[in-house]
Design a protein around this ligand. Structure first.
Ligand SMILES: Cc1cc2nc3c(=O)[nH]c(=O)nc-3n(C[C@H](O)[C@H](O)[C@H](O)COP(=O)(O)O)c2cc1C
Length: 227
């Protein structure tokens, strides 16, 4: 089993990183219990060179290789392809995802036209000081659902400004729940049984992009997939 956790915070000892650590530890325990080898990679988006989308639409019209920005996005995409599941984790900044997460979502917007991650599972995590996580989780799910991911679940955790090591046991039960759900989803290949909602999203994308124009990147992609 191969899980990629992607963290959209600069704080490596911050609430989001610590929550992901708790989940990773529980997943390792589950994997050992079920004698399933687990590779859990944690990626800090802050360590990568990521430039904001310029809106040129080259990826839509000419394919992602035509993007004029040459940075870590293709490497990130390759990691997503290699993993069975993605744990996407963002702190809430002013009621939404962090800028790092939003840059990443925008840079992969071409996947809304060509949902290449179908068959993979994803879990969404947002940490927040004291208000809500609904808007941030909604931003992340809008991206991932249209990229083809099977959304296993989502969790918002209220953690204040900065949780200390002593506070962490309080978040252990939630981490256990997230780990159980993600582990089970991957072990049981739940992503191969899409929900009604994801089928609906797929159908809307199919209607929009399959017959965009003969020879276009999107039409060629849908034909090549046999969709
Ligand atoms: C720029 C910024 C904006 C924030 N906006 C909110 C907010 O709208 N509501 C809230 O309750 N907490 C807010 N917070 C607090 C963070 O959501 C919270 O501390 C989060 O868990 C930090 O995660 P991190 O330690 O991984 O960076 C904000 C923090 C920052 C730095």
């Amino acid at each position: 089993m191969n899980i990629l956790a992607s963290i959209g915070s600069y704080r490596k000892q911050g609430n989001t990183a610590r929550s992901v650590e708790l989940i990773a530890a529980r997943m390792q325990a589950l994997a050992a219990q079920h004698t399933i080898p687990l590779e859990f990679e944690t990626l800090f988006l802050s360590d990568l060179e990521l430039h904001p989308c310029r809106g040129c639409r080259a990826c839509f019209y000419h394919g992602e290789a035509a993007c004029p920005l040459h940075d870590a996005v293709p490497r990130l995409r390759a990691k997503m392809e290699a993993a069975d599941a993605l744990l996407l984790a963002s702190p809430v900044y002013v009621d939404d995802v962090s800028g790092l997460i939003k840059i990443w979502i925008d840079r992969l917007a071409y996947l809304c036209h060509r949902p290449a991650l179908a068959g993979k599972a994803a879990y969404l995590l947002a940490t927040v000081g004291g208000s809500g996580t609904r808007h941030a989780l909604r931003t992340m799910s809008a991206g991932l659902l249209t990229w083809g991911y099977h959304l296993v679940g989502q969790t918002g955790v209220k953690m204040g400004a900065l949780a200390t090591a002593e506070d962490l046991p309080r978040y252990q039960p939630e981490a256990e729940r997230v780990a159980q759900r993600l582990f089970r989803a991957v072990a049981q290949q739940q992503a191969l049984q899409p929900s009604f909602y994801s089928l609906l999203a797929f159908r809307v994308q199919q209607l929009a992009w399959q017959h965009e124009s003969p020879g276009s990147v999107d039409t060629t992609y849908w034909e090549a997939q046999g969709w």
